[in-house]
Design a protein around this ligand. Structure first.
Ligand code: THU
Ligand code: ZN
Length: 286
């Protein structure tokens, strides 16, 4: 392991918090020069910083993940997020969080994922939804491997006749929306990935001092590993060093598709796991 000074660690943590989990190519390039190290080893050495964003009151097991694109040269941080007094199936895994960060930040390719521990079956299945997942290299503490090796004979999007993948560019563009929601929320709604239920959906959390946080629905062919838009937004908050109960929230807006809506209940359950009264404004797109 590299010795990363406390100052550098804090500087990187601040950059990650300010960007919602992104480490820009220029920063990675400078670190590779500084430590005379190639990208894969650098990513692995940055994992403790990713894990420092973990919120794990149930397990106390802090997981960090970093998704990297060798096209854009950017890295995207992920950490696990547990909700006290809520069903364990609602926990966001670090790998989901890293992929979510990449996706929300407009990334269209993931070539590597570095993780502090071996990915669980649920995460292997989640990664399998990503565009060109068979080419993703998985960097683990003791070995580098591939998703194909970790998930042979897999069940994938094509098994349900779905030809699209997570991180594909969304084709639907409708600039003249007329909904009582922000343009930004509408864009996330459109970019959400719901090929199985059809329920495109997104969440906006507006705060007084920390700006707005967005999350998008990311479905999975095996259904259970799907990430709800609220989980997605709360994971982004965690990467800014925040939880929803420590900031002043002015509005939580959920937009989903009238015909297929399925996110209202799960969003309420997740929010109820926090102290405080959180109301969700629900907007349905017909
Ligand atoms: N965890 C991950 O974040 N990724 C994995 O693939 C393994 C498990 C998290 C989930 C939960 O917060 C804790 O580790 C214990 O399972
Ligand atoms: Zn997992």
């Amino acid at each position: 392991m590299l010795t990363i000074s406390k100052e550098l660690e804090q500087e990187l943590q601040q950059k990650i918090q300010a960007s919602g989990g992104v480490i820009e190519k220029s920063v990675l390039d400078a670190l590779m020069v500084k430590f005379d190290i190639e990208i894969k080893l650098l990513l692995q050495n940055l994992l403790p910083i990713a894990a420092s964003f973990s919120i794990a009151p149930i397990s106390n097991f802090n997981v960090g993940a970093i998704a990297y694109s060798n096209t854009s040269g950017c890295a995207y941080i992920g950490s696990n997020l547990e909700f006290n007094h809520s069903a364990l199936c609602l926990v966001v895994h670090a790998e989901q969080s890293a992929i979510n960060t990449a996706w929300l930040n407009g990334e269209t390719q993931i070539s590597h994922i570095a993780i502090t521990d071996a990915p669980c079956g649920h995460c292997r299945q989640f990664i399998n939804e990503v565009k060109q997942s068979e080419q993703i290299e998985i960097l683990l503490p003791n070995t580098n491997t591939s998703l194909t090796e970790l998930l042979p004979h897999s069940f994938g999007p094509a098994d349900l006749g779905n030809q699209t993948r997570l991180l594909d560019m969304s084709e639907e563009q409708n600039p003249d929306y007329k909904l009582p929601i922000s343009q930004m929320l509408f864009e996330h709604y459109q970019a959400s990935y719901a090929p199985y239920s059809g329920n495109k959906s997104a969440v906006e959390i507006r705060t007084v001092q920390h700006g707005n946080f967005y999350g998008r629905y990311a479905e999975n062919v095996a259904y259970n590993p799907s990430l709800s838009p609220l989980q997605s937004a709360l994971s982004q908050m965690a990467l800014s060093g925040l939880t929803i109960d420590m900031v002043e929230v002015t509005e939580i807006n959920l937009v989903e598709t009238e015909q297929f809506k399925n996110q209202s209940g799960v969003s309420e359950v997740v929010l109820n796991s926090f102290e405080g009264n959180f109301e969700i404004n629900k907007v349905y797109v017909s």
